[in-house]
Design a protein. Structure first.
Length: 117
C-alpha cells in the first residue's frame, strides 16, 4: 500500500501563505484522484480539495479562490498552495486517495497549520 507523508505546515499570520506537500512512496499515477483533507480542533475531518489523474480539480466553497491543488506524477507528490489564510483554516491537513469524495487509503501523520489573527 502506498504510504503518504505530509509536510509544509507551520504558523502563519492571517493573510499569509503556505505550501503543503504530500509525498507518496509509490506511483501517484496508479492512485488516481488525490485529495487534501483537514481536521480542525473539535471538528470532523473535511475534504477541501481534490485533483484527478488528469489534473481536474475541485474545491470546498470555504477555500475556493484561495487554495490551489496540484500534482507532479513524476515526483509522486501532491501540493496544496494556500493563500489569504484565515484563522478558520487552522487545522491538521492530510492527503489521501479519494473515490467519490471519500478517502480510500491509510492516513499519514498530517501537517499542522496554525493561522494567527
Amino acid at each position: 500500500q502506498v504510504q503518504l507523508v505530509e509536510s509544509g505546515g507551520g504558523l502563519v499570520r492571517t493573510g499569509g501563505s503556505l505550501r503543503l506537500s504530500c509525498a507518496a512512496s509509490g506511483s501517484l499515477f496508479s492512485i488516481g484522484t488525490m485529495g487534501w483533507f483537514r481536521q480542525a480542533p473539535g471538528k470532523q475531518r473535511e475534504l477541501v480539495a481534490t485533483i484527478s489523474s488528469v489534473s481536474s480539480t475541485n474545491y470546498a466553497d470555504s477555500v475556493k479562490g484561495r487554495f490551489t491543488i496540484s500534482r507532479d506524477n513524476a515526483k509522486n507528490t501532491v501540493y496544496l498552495n494556500m493563500n489569504s489564510l484565515k484563522p478558520e483554516d487552522t487545522a491538521v491537513y492530510y492527503c489521501n486517495a479519494v473515490n467519490r469524495g471519500r478517502p480510500t487509503g491509510s492516513w499519514g501523520q498530517g501537517t499542522r497549520v496554525t493561522v494567527s489573527s
